[in-house]
Design a protein around this ligand. Structure first.
Ligand code: MSP
Length: 636
């Protein structure tokens, strides 16, 4: 039965952190998708919320000296306010501490117990608290840090050893059913490339899943054994069903779960198995997006501060930031966020390309006494071509949006806006206005029809701005109308009543880049100040690493031969063997302290020191020069 409905969800966010660019991105994609479906006349349910139980949240609350419930209560408004600011119009905000959700989870566990899908045993192994997941050392690619501690293969942070009594869900019993499901639904996971990792994980053999925690008390008490709590992912995933419990028959299955790539296994393996066990249909699709990197790095606290979503919205405007995020990030990959790009896109796409077109058209028409623009009966050849391009623009936009390639949809749409600009300039309406009133009206009408279609297509991304654009040409968006059909038919039979907007739709952004660069560094505790002649005592030289060899008896050291130009080729030891591979250093130019007293190391002598910097994840990065310089060049 076609219910003409669309149920879309976001991950529910842990309450140990405030909303940031990453969580904003997931929620924004859901809002854009919800609105896109509303435009097509569908009934839409958009769910988001917070994941409040579990060890990570409990530990953070303990650090802050508050109860987990109090911490959750104080964090939830931050999410709700940020989402409101960004015009993210969810239909429901679920909290896993809500009574109706807890009840649903308990009923689910009881059903699983009744049908023999749960048994009691002992978990002894490793756990990643930040990801709240069990890690199997034997079957996953687990690496160790310098001191030999295991690191989480997903997030790279330290694993915790765990040994406790636990209830297990018979996940292994669902392996064949899962594989069959993936085979029968090759489009279940978008983008497709992400499906392979899931299928090979399942095919490699599923172990039963620990579904309770005895040492974590912040959670839903396990039915029949309240010394245990329900494992936080067993609790959290069920939110998608709890939220629509009363109207489950209508909304379920979810049409789209939007998730980040870090939580694919939970959604593509555990969640379908949980649903199979519950006897419920499986969701129709998972949209898995990549990570937002900031200036090519993972977001760190200091950069994170600059890209606080609330601050960004205040600086550049909510909908400009919405546009940038959807336009810039290719959903299927990690994408880079930069303020420079953001400012560039607002200027070029929004202010110049679209905003100016609207302003110039309206100003020109009104200055020539044309306020009400009537439809044209017989169009000139150039107008006919533009009309066809408008139809094509909709088709490719529709295709991009319906296949969740939002960035491509927007790129194509702005190509069309450029073409409307080309048409406008080629027609020279400012000349035609004086000579041929009829043709002038036709040109203005063609531009207005194009703008009308563009505004509707862009509405899911920039709702208020596009409603304003429509008002400037005498139209209004009517939700409930089937715009899919309107845009597909592309009838250029509308009348436009032009009105100048009080403010320009997309003002040129004031650049913040310099202000940020000038920002004084945060006061940090560090070594005392030195005078310039103290610094001059240190000789920093550029040199090329010509060989890099491991040192017998040391797992930390490399023995480097470094070409320091006039200073000759020197032996210098560097303690990065555990962190960098020789090929990451070989033939590269690095920075060396040239006048350090020679030091004995492992029976040899080191004649200098190579400089490295630690990144936000604790990895070493070598220091270098931005372009090739002569070996032996002194820095200063
Ligand atoms: N609570 C779980 C989800 C449970 S869903 C039943 C969780 N929460 S989270 O707060 O860590 O947020 C996870 C989501 O935030 C990720 O899946 C991803 O969608 C988003 N992002 C977090 N950092 C991100 C980036 N830097 N870039 C893009 N999105 C990322 O996991």
């Amino acid at each position: 039965m076609n219910k003409n409905k669309f149920y879309v969800t976001t991950p529910i966010y842990y309450v140990n952190a405030k909303p940031h660019l990453g969580t904003l991105y997931s929620t924004l994609l859901a809002d854009v998708t919800a609105r896109w479906n509303k435009l097509q006349g569908k009934k839409v349910f958009f769910l988001t919320g917070t994941d409040e139980h579990g060890q990570k949240v409990a530990e953070r609350a303990a650090e802050l000296g508050v109860t987990p419930q109090a911490m959750a209560d104080s964090q939830v408004p931050h999410f709700q306010e940020a989402w409101k600011k960004y015009e993210l119009e969810y239909d429901k905000f679920i909290r896993t501490t809500d009574g109706y959700h807890k009840k649903n989870v308990i009923e689910w566990i009881e059903k699983l117990q009744d049908q023999g899908d749960i048994y009691k045993s002992h978990y002894s192994g490793w756990y990643c608290v930040p990801d709240e997941r069990f890690v199997t050392i034997a079957s996953e690619e687990v690496e160790k840090d310098e001191s030999g501690n295991y690191l989480c293969p997903q997030c790279g942070r330290l694993l915790t050893e765990m040994s406790e009594e636990s209830y297990f869900f018979r996940l292994s019993a669902y392996q064949d059913q899962l594989v069959k499901f993936y085979e029968e639904h090759p489009n279940f996971i978008t983008p497709k490339e992400r499906a392979n990792e899931v299928i090979s994980f399942v095919k490699s053999g599923l172990e039963d899943l620990s579904i309770s925690r005895k040492t974590v008390s912040w959670g839903i008490p396990f039915p029949g054994d309240p010394k245990h709590t329900v494992y936080v992912w067993g609790d959290a995933l069920n939110n998608y069903v709890s939220a629509i419990k009363g109207e489950r028959d209508f909304w379920w299955p979810a049409d789209l779960h939007i998730i980040g790539k870090d939580i694919i296994r939970f959604h593509a393996v555990y969640w379908p198995a949980f649903l199979m066990a519950s006897g419920l249909e499986l969701p129709k699709k998972l949209l898995v997006h990549g990570y937002i990197l900031v200036d090519e790095q993972k977001m760190s606290k200091s950069i994170g501060n600059v890209v606080d979503p609330v601050k960004l919205a205040d600086w550049y405007g909510v909908e400009q930031v919405r546009y940038y995020l959807v336009r810039q990030m290719s959903v299927n990959q990690d994408g880079n966020f930069s303020l420079k790009d953001l400012e560039g896109k607002i200027s070029s796409d929004l202010a110049n390309n679209l905003g100016n077109l609207l302003n110039r058209t309206i100003t020109l028409a009104l200055n020539n006494g044309l306020e009400t623009v009537s439809p044209v009966e017989i169009m000139e050849a150039d107008g006919v071509v533009l009309h066809e391009k408008c139809e094509e623009a909709f088709r490719s936009y529709w295709d991009g949006m319906n296949h969740y390639r939002y960035h491509l949809a927007l790129t194509d749409l702005f190509k069309f806006v450029s073409e409307v600009n080309v048409y406008f300039h080629a027609q020279k309406p400012w000349v035609v206005a004086k000579e041929n009133k009829e043709l002038f009206e036709e040109i203005i009408s063609s531009v207005c029809h194009s703008l009308y279609s563009v505004a509707i297509m862009l509405w899911p991304v920039m709702p208020k701005k596009m409603e304003e654009l429509l008002r400037c040409i005498g139209h209004e968006l009517e939700l409930g109308a089937n715009y899919d059909e309107v845009l597909r038919k592309n009838l250029w039979n509308k009348t436009f009543v032009l009105k100048k907007s009080k403010e320009s739709l997309f003002p040129k952004p004031e650049s913040r880049l310099e202000k940020i660069e000038e920002k004084p560094a945060e006061k940090e505790i560090g070594p005392e100040e030195i005078a310039i002649n103290d610094f001059a005592k240190v000789e920093l030289l550029v040199g090329t690493i010509v060989s890099c060899d491991p040192v017998e008896g040391s797992d930390k050291l490399y023995k480097l031969s470094v070409d320091l130009g006039k200073r000759g080729i020197r032996t210098i030891f560097a303690g990065v063997a555990k962190l960098l591979k020789p090929e990451e250093l070989l033939k590269k130019q690095g920075i060396f302290v040239g006048n350090l007293k020679p030091r004995k190391m492992m029976g040899d002598v080191s004649h200098g020191m190579m400089l490295f910097a630690k990144d936000g994840d604790g990895n070493f990065q070598m220091t270098t020069v931005a372009g090739p310089v002569d070996n032996g060049a002194r820095l200063g």
